[in-house]
Design a protein around this ligand. Structure first.
Ligand SMILES: *Cc1c(COP(=O)(O)O)cnc(C)c1O
Length: 376
């Protein structure tokens, strides 16, 4: 092979790596991180992704995983064993609460949630066996903003670990570890990769001890990411900062436009001064408020259908955070399995639409919205 020095990391699409001799094998075990053996244990592409996310989050290290869900699984299993208790914030991602309250309870982990109203006072929810609290920087779809520093003080007071799912905020807005959290988790599928073409996750730990446990769980449970997906995600990550600035700028303009529209009854966006956590969001997000917003039109399914059909350039896709704008419908997707009382209580009614604002210029989106809202 000629000596080649590529500017970017090539894709190491290989399941296994060769050793020159027994000495090379010995140094693999003696000098971790200096060479590779088997892709499930580590691969240059997935390591590059983990390293770059860790740099942004400011941890002791990161571990890339096959999805956001496997990142959450790895984080929980790294800290908890059968007989331990996990707390989660009431309004976390539906997949996360299903993982905890439907699956991990089957293997002997105790699980309960903290109601939103009690988020920062855990005395009534902590048990002697509580190890971990899982919460999110911003909730889906109504964008409640969590005061991470305040919650971290409370978890530290009780001697439990705090894991923050930072998918919606990204480290460009908020760095949970700097605010006292122990573990930051991402669905890389969303903003970090950013182009709606990857499913991946990452766990970043503040402490070496947690990191080693997450690494071990990833390897032994086989939660690893594939090299190609790692490469795609690492490529997307290079433009994260630029994309987030544009997502945030466009989202703020869209929120202001929707707010004054007569067919729009309510807008949820942390960047609007009337948002209940506006000041917190501003300070915790470096003056940026994210690319996600929700709004409510009339509570009629047919009106929503007319609106969706008329939005010809904006697809209805039940995911988020891509470079092109998409809408989602919480009542029919993420919040579908809740009872209608729970839906009502949370404010997820028939007219609530979630908008994942892409990196388009606001005028393009406003033109689309203007046409579609006329059909409502
Ligand atoms: C999408 C999402 C997840 C799950 O991630 P996948 O990559 O789909 O497995 C977890 N948490 C949040 C906040 C998400 O938006």
């Amino acid at each position: 092979m000629p000596h080649i020095h590529p500017k970017t990391t090539p894709i190491y699409q290989t399941s296994v790596f060769a050793f020159e001799d027994l000495n090379a094998l010995e140094s693999y075990f003696e000098q971790p991180g200096q060479s590779y053996m088997y892709t499930r244990y580590g691969n240059p592409n997935t390591d590059e992704l983990a390293k770059e996310v860790n740099k942004l989050e400011g941890g002791a290290g990161g571990v890339a995983t096959s999805s956001g869900m496997s990142a959450i699984l790895a984080a929980v299993l790294a800290v908890c064993k059968a007989g331990d208790h996990v707390l989660y914030a009431e309004e976390i991602y539906g997949g996360s609460s299903a993982l905890l309250s439907q699956e991990l309870i089957r293997v002997g982990i105790e699980v309960s949630f903290v109601p939103t109203a009690d988020t920062y006072i855990l005395d009534n929810y902590i048990q002697p066996n509580t190890r971990l609290l899982l919460a999110e920087t911003m909730s889906n779809p109504l964008l409640q903003v969590l005061d991470v520093a305040r919650l971290a003080q409370e978890t530290q007071r009780h001697g439990i670990k705090l894991a923050i799912d930072n998918t919606f905020a990204t480290p460009i807005l908020t760095k949970p570890l700097d605010l006292g959290a122990d573990i930051a988790i991402h669905s890389v599928t969303k903003y970090l990769s950013g182009h709606s073409d990857v499913t991946a996750g990452v766990v970043v730990c503040k402490e070496q001890e947690d990191l080693q446990r997450v690494q071990k769980v990833m390897m032994v449970y086989g939660l690893n990411l594939s090299p190609f997906e790692g490469w795609l995600a690492a490529r997307g990550l290079k433009t994260l900062r630029l994309r987030m600035k544009q997502h945030c700028n466009t989202a703020l303009e869209i929120a202001n436009y929707l707010k004054q529209h007569p067919k729009v009854e309510k807008v949820w966006y942390p960047g609007l001064a009337e948002h209940p956590q506006y000041e917190l969001a501003k300070q915790q997000g470096q003056g940026m408020f994210g690319g996600m917003l929700s709004f409510k039109i009339v509570d009629e399914t047919e009106a929503v259908n007319r609106f969706m059909r008329a939005l010809s350039g904006i697809p209805f896709t039940p995911s988020l955070a891509g470079v092109s704008t998409s809408i989602s419908y919480p009542l029919g997707t993420s919040h579908r399995s809740l009872t209608s009382e729970q839906q009502q209580k949370m404010g997820i009614t028939a007219g609530v639409i979630r908008f994942s604002v892409g990196i388009e210029e606001p005028e393009e989106l406003i033109a689309e919205l203007e046409t579609a809202l006329a059909e409502v």
